[in-house]
Design a protein around this ligand. Structure first.
Ligand SMILES: *Cc1c(COP(=O)(O)O)cnc(C)c1O
Length: 379
């Protein structure tokens, strides 16, 4: 399928533009096969339906904190200036948070963009990137855009990374391994001990990217201590985002933590001024309000536990989610059930033939979900 992150909008723009006049012949410019054959990035359905519950993109259901909103409003007076190119204040605050030097942090326009810059920094054409599948759908797209080759390793039956199989998939051509914990879209987190075993089995020349987009929601017994991992393994990059627990999805800010030598390569590949001024200000204000934000994360975790327990009581077999979403194994019924849910005002993220990812929202939204799943019957 020919598509991309932006496919839909490009087509819409073309319809409205002057090219539509019909005087222009088709372009003869060849396109890269890697781009033409890209899988579609399917964004979560948007809530145009007015009162719909939008549970399709794993966003934070809470509106921004007043302190964050005020900081952004004040910063709006300086929009005529370029932002601080290196997001200096934010980078310093993040370095302090993670107990590393500022040279270890690279901020970018969402952690997806940072991951793209990581791949640009370390992969040449034909290099292999090992990752679990199904996992975050941006992975194969970013890998292919870079001209590298995706090596997907199937999840276990309970939706976990098969770490021994991932280690076994490493070849001479492997440059990067992507590890997503908790895994989007299934939810399980990797344990600290298992991760250390993986790192011991993977050659040190392979860059291991640990994508921790949902780390704030983890309540498992052996959570990954990424600070310790980074200190012991100079081939690791940790990715974090302000889009989920911090509730700043609209502003696009994420970052990498890694050895300063590797950080330099990621910085070199980064878009200049990639973190806009409002995003820098909002991220700073959010770091100052971490206590308040943590209470909201606790509320989401409590709802996740309630929803998972109720779903199991309804007869659904679920992977153990440590994120702000649950995975419902609806198999062949997925598309029909997701459409039915949308008609009833609940937007979920279907994966045809496999299952659906349902974000944890406010209690009322979660109650609606539980009514629907009860009517659908467990699986
Ligand atoms: C949501 C998500 C991200 C965050 O992306 P941003 O670009 O920072 O909004 C990264 N990785 C995974 C696995 C995600 O689900």
């Amino acid at each position: 399928m020919r598509s991309s992150f932006h496919g839909g909008r490009e087509r819409a723009g073309r319809r409205c533009g002057r090219w539509h006049a019909g005087r222009v012949t088709s372009p003869q410019v060849p396109q890269r096969p890697a781009v033409q054959s890209l899988p579609a990035y399917v964004p979560g359905a948007r809530a145009d339906l007015g009162r719909a519950h939008k549970l399709s993109s794993n966003e934070n259901p809470f509106p921004p904190l007043p302190s964050v909103r005020d900081a952004v409003a004040r910063a709006a007076g300086a929009l005529n200036r370029y932002p601080d190119m290196f997001a200096t204040e934010l980078v310093e605050a993040l370095a302090a948070k993670h107990h590393v030097e500022a040279g270890s942090i690279v901020a970018g326009c969402g952690s997806v963009a940072v991951l793209g810059h990581v791949l640009q920094g370390f992969c040449d054409a034909g290099d292999e990137v090992v990752h679990a599948w199904r996992s975050f759908e941006a992975y194969p797209i970013l890998v292919q855009l870079q001209g590298a080759v995706s090596v997907p390793v199937p999840l276990t039956v309970d939706g976990r990374h098969d770490l021994p199989a991932m280690a076994a998939a490493v070849t001479e051509r492997t440059r990067v391994m992507l590890v997503c914990s908790p895994n989007n879209p299934t939810g399980p987190a990797i344990g600290h001990a298992e991760l250390l075993e993986l790192l011991a089995a993977v050659p040190e020349r392979v860059l291991v990217v640990l994508d921790e987009a949902y780390v704030e929601f983890v309540r498992s017994e052996d959570p990954i201590d990424s600070e310790q991992v980074l200190a012991a393994h100079p081939n690791v990059v940790v990715l974090r985002t302000f889009s989920k627990a911090y509730g700043l999805a609209a502003l696009r800010v994420g970052y990498a933590v890694t050895h300063p030598d590797l950080a330099r390569a990621v910085r070199t590949a980064s878009t200049p001024f990639g973190v806009n001024h409002l995003a820098q200000v909002a991220a700073m204000a959010s770091l100052e309000a971490e206590g308040e934000l943590a209470e909201r994360v606790e509320a989401v975790v409590a709802e996740r536990e309630r929803v998972a327990e109720r779903l199991r009581a309804q007869g659904w077999g679920l992977p153990e989610s440590q994120a702000n979403f649950v995975w419902l194994p609806t198999a062949d019924r997925t598309v029909d059930l997701a459409s039915a849910a949308a008609r009833q005002g609940v937007l979920v993220r279907p994966f045809a033939g496999e299952g659906m990812r349902i974000s944890i929202g406010e209690a009322a939204a979660n109650d609606r979900v539980l009514e629907l799943t009860r009517a659908w019957g467990g699986a």
